[in-house]
Design a protein around this ligand. Structure first.
Ligand code: INI
Length: 158
């Protein structure tokens, strides 16, 4: 029997993508935004079809993602944020709710949402993941969202 595989492709032509970005730690998130935008354009997304949507902090990513998803304007979203450990437990609540909330929006709406929220102990670790020696997690999240658009379609069509 021949094996059948269902896989996604990385072809962004004709797609509309929303990039939801946190202003908190924007010296990091703006680099992640650059990485996400760059990788999308290199995979065929029209620059004019990429919209960046700014929220105050990672906590606000889920509600903005829900509103963008329900607008019907986007084929996929990418949430970009950076939560750095502080001297209290505040960062744990912010990071946890951002991750739970974005997952819930994606499952509830069926829209692919790339999760590019760094949670690091130090600023150095965040810099490493925003375009330095550990790559750019914003670009990685955008690429995953692109793949999921095509994969979800392929699953339905299989
Ligand atoms: N928001 C972040 O995006 N990153 C953080 O590290 C952070 N910390 O640690 O405080 C943070 N807080 C703000 C939060 O996201 C909300 O914007 C704020 O609480 C207002 O609702």
């Amino acid at each position: 029997m021949t094996q059948r595989s269902v896989v996604g492709k990385l072809d962004g032509s004709g797609l509309h993508i929303g990039l939801i970005v946190s202003r908190f730690n924007d010296f990091i998130t703006s680099r992640m935004l650059d990485g996400a935008r760059d990788v999308l354009i290199r995979h065929g997304v029209d620059a004019g079809a990429i919209v960046d949507i700014w929220v105050p902090g990672a906590w606000e990513l889920p509600i903005a993602a829900k509103t963008a998803a329900e607008s019907g304007k986007y084929d996929a979203l990418v949430c970009l944020g950076c939560v750095i450990r502080g001297s209290t437990t505040h960062h744990i609540h912010v990071g946890g709710e951002a991750s739970r909330g974005v997952a819930r929006v994606s499952l509830d709406t069926g829209l692919p949402i790339g999760f590019g929220v760094l949670t690091t102990d130090t600023i150095e670790q965040a810099i490493e993941r925003a375009g330095a020696k550990s790559g750019n997690k914003g670009a990685d999240a955008a690429l995953s969202a692109l793949e999921m658009v095509s994969l979800l379609k392929a699953i339905r069509d299989a």
